[in-house]
Design a protein around this ligand. Structure first.
Ligand code: DGY
Length: 324
């Protein structure tokens, strides 16, 4: 390896297309293995690096930036979300931070739709009945769920992914769309009818509530006991954003007490969910292992964008997908 090359630490094996592109110009070290680097592996792995390619499971804070050294120029997150990075600290040090927007929007919207349908129609319980040999006959009153057609979806955070979810639900099931957004959006912003409302109004009036806000100090535990109390008894809550947006203890109570109909989660807090977490016992909760962006093409495109951010940052150019 040419010792004059700038160094890049890649915190996990990502699709090869991203590694290949980086390896043409930089000395690349990839943390191999299925699990994220431990804190000490991360701190030693980044030592002397000019660029870091991080994942949402890697906490990139001042300590990591110190461990990398003053030559660190760019941190490229292999995700659209970047709550794992201390962005103000990076900015203060003049380190560019990038993410991978857009290329995972459709894949993640599809998973939200899958969770809405699977939770509404109780697929977890139905599949468990097949699996446990509890399926004895066709049951006129068994495994009944909810209709989507003509119902109301509340999109919490009408950004790229939220609006794609709404578009699918309006186009496919003629659902009424309510939404919240951090700034006012004109009625003709979307190619479907949608009404911007306050969060409480959305929670009170929606049949399906789909969460799409980024995780920040403002959105942590945005949905807790008070918010579950506002929802219909037949409400379905779907989260494809970040687990910490829901107060999970309050969710468990709401599910156990049938305060809501069910929850479909692609994300939880923490990830992975510990073996004895009470959420696992809630039959009306379907949990996936954070696979929103897990299609072949989305993950390849994320790898290309993450590499492009590093290439730009390490050659003195503005990042194509900047966060700061
Ligand atoms: C993201 O990109 O933030 C998703 O959670 C993982 O693809």
């Amino acid at each position: 390896m040419d010792s004059n090359l700038q160094k890049v630490f890649v915190a996990r094996r990502i699709p090869q297309i991203g590694i290949d592109s980086l390896a043409q110009q930089f000395a690349v070290t990839v943390h191999s293995g299925q699990l994220p680097p431990t804190r000490s592996e991360l701190l030693s792995g980044v030592g002397g690096c000019h660029g870091i390619l991080s994942l949402l499971s890697d906490r990139i804070d001042g300590e990591v930036m110190d461990a990398a050294g003053a030559q660190l120029k760019v941190i490229s997150n292999f995700a659209v979300g970047f709550n794992n990075i201390d962005v103000p600290e990076a900015t203060r040090r003049g380190i560019a931070v990038g993410n991978t927007p857009d290329v995972l929007t459709d894949a993640t919207a599809d998973i939200a739709i899958a969770l809405i349908m699977a939770t509404a129609r109780r697929l977890r319980e139905a599949w468990q009945a097949v699996d446990n040999l509890a399926w004895k006959t066709w049951e006129p009153t068994g495994w009944r769920g909810l209709d989507l057609v003509g119902s109301t979806v509340g999109i919490v955070g009408m950004g790229r992914i939220g609006s794609k979810v709404a578009q699918r639900l309006y186009g496919g099931w003629n659902m009424r769309v309510l939404f919240t957004a951090h700034r006012a959006k004109a009625e003709d912003t979307f190619p479907f009818p949608a009404r911007q409302v306050a969060l409480d109004e959305l929670l009170t009036n929606s049949d399906f509530i789909s969460l799409h806000v980024p995780l920040s100090a403002d959105t942590r535990h945005l949905i807790g006991a008070r918010e579950f109390g506002l929802m219909k008894e037949t409400a379905v809550v779907v989260n494809t954003a970040r687990g910490e947006i829901i107060n999970q203890a309050a969710l468990v109570n709401a599910l156990r007490n049938k305060q809501i109909f069910g929850a479909g989660l692609d994300v939880c807090d923490p990830e992975p969910l510990p073996e004895y977490d009470p959420l696992r016992q809630c039959e009306n909760c379907l949990l996936l292992p954070h696979i929103g962006s897990a299609t072949y093409s989305a993950r390849d495109a994320m790898a290309v964008r993450a590499a492009d951010n590093l290439l730009a940052g390490l050659t003195g150019n503005p990042l194509p997908y900047p966060v700061n």
